[in-house]
Design a protein around this ligand. Structure first.
Ligand SMILES: [Zn+2]
Length: 118
């Protein structure tokens, strides 16, 4: 089981990760709380091949950052609900080593390896 000290440490990591992700998303010209893929970068680029590629790159970066941000926010919500550290697929506790490496992990390693869920 996770003790309170460890939860507090993981919560601090999650809060930090959340801040970093929001800063990075904003730096890409996108809104952290929106699921819109069309981002401000639209206006800044002309229709050249280069800018199309650049825009696709920015969008994929933003999508990845947002996916991570959603997982981080979900993990924080689960802490509040008291279900943090339980696998969302099988309900078994996620190994503490896994949470230390990846505090926003929502699946235990065996469900993750089976490719279930996200
Ligand atoms: Zn599982």
């Amino acid at each position: 089981m996770l003790d309170e000290t460890m939860i507090a440490t993981l919560r601090a990591s999650l809060e930090e990760q959340k801040r970093n992700l929001r800063t990075e998303i904003l730096a890409q010209g996108a809104a952290p709380d929106s699921d819109e893929v069309e981002i401000d970068v639209e206006r800044g680029f002309a229709d050249s091949a280069h800018s199309t590629a650049e825009r696709a790159r920015v969008i994929s970066v933003v999508k990845a950052l947002r996916t991570n941000l959603r997982d981080v926010e979900r993990a924080l919500t689960k802490m509040d609900l008291g279900t943090y550290g339980l696998c969302e697929r099988c309900g078994e506790p996620i190994a503490p080593e896994r949470l230390e490496a990846l505090p926003w992990a929502l699946l235990c390693i065996s469900c993750k390896l089976k490719g279930l869920g996200r």
